[in-house]
Design a protein around this ligand. Sequence first.
Ligand SMILES: NC(=O)c1ccc[n+]([C@@H]2O[C@H](COP(=O)([O-])OP(=O)(O)OC[C@H]3O[C@@H](n4cnc5c(N)ncnc54)[C@H](O)[C@@H]3O)[C@@H](O)[C@H]2O)c1
Length: 250
Amino acid sequence: MEFGVKGKVALVTGAGGGIGGSIAQYLNQENAFVYLIDRDEKGLNDVLNNLPNQELAKVIPLDITDYNAVKTVIDDIALNHATPEIVVNAAGIAGLNTPIFQLEEEDFNRIVKVNLNGTYNIIRHASLHMVELGRGKIINIASMAGVAGSNLFQSHYAASKGGVISLTRSVAKELGPKGINVNAIAPGVIETQMIAGMKSEAKQDYFSKIPLQRIGNPEDVGKVALFLASDLSIYMTGQILNVDGGIVMA
Ligand SMILES: NC(=O)c1ccc[n+]([C@@H]2O[C@H](COP(=O)([O-])OP(=O)(O)OC[C@H]3O[C@@H](n4cnc5c(N)ncnc54)[C@H](O)[C@@H]3O)[C@@H](O)[C@H]2O)c1
C-alpha cells in the first residue's frame, strides 16, 4: 500500500521513547526522512540503530521546552534540508500520582511545560514553514486522561493533555485553510517506560476494563500515526483518535 510519505521530511519528538520510537520506525519504513528528536540521546541512538533505513534518519538531541533551541533546529532543517511536512509531537512526561490538594505548583508546572508548552513550541515554529509550503500533517500524542480525566491522581498530566487536545482542534481550524491537517491520538495504557512505575494492582484494574482485553503496545499507536501522516487521512482534521482498546468507554 502507498502511504504517500515517501521522500517527505518528518520530525518526531519523543523519538527516543516507546511511542515516538515506534512512530519513527513506521515513517522510516515507508521511506520518509525522519528527524528523531528527544532529550535522551541514548534512547535516540537505540531507536536509530533499529531503523530499517538508517540513511533516512538523523538524531537531534533537544529539550522541547527550550523555545529558542526548538526554533533554531526547525529553521535549520527547513533551510538546509526541506520543510518538515510531517510533525509528530510524542515527547511527554507523567507526574507522580498526587491528590490535587497535595500537588505542588512546581510539579504542575513541570508537567504542563513539557506536554503542553513543548508541543506548542514545536507547532509554533514548524507551522510557519508548513504554511509557506502550503501543506503538512501535524500529529499530537494526547492521552485518554486528556479526554476523560485521570483515574490515577494525575490531574496535572490530564490537564496538560486536555490542553493538547484543545490546541489540536484550534490549530486545525486555523491551519485547515492553509492545507495543513492537525489531528491527535489519545492512547490508553501503552507498555512503555512511562508506565514502568505503574503499580500492578492499577494495571490489573485497567486490564479488566479494556474491551480488547490487553494493554497496548507502541506499534498500536505507531500504525495510527502512520495513517494520520499518510494520504489515507487527507480529509480528516481536528480529530482525536482514541487508541485504547476501547477503555475510554468503560
Ligand atoms: N505509555 C502510555 O501509557 C501513554 C498513554 C497515553 C499517552 N502517552 C503519551 O505518549 C507520549 C509518548 O510516551 P511513551 O509512552 O512513549 O513514554 P516514553 O517515556 O517511552 O517516551 C517519552 C519520551 O519523551 C522524551 N521527553 C520527555 N521530556 C522531553 C523534553 N523536554 N524534550 C525532549 N524529549 C522529552 C523522553 O526522553 C522519552 O524518550 C507521551 O506524550 C505520553 O504522555 C503515553
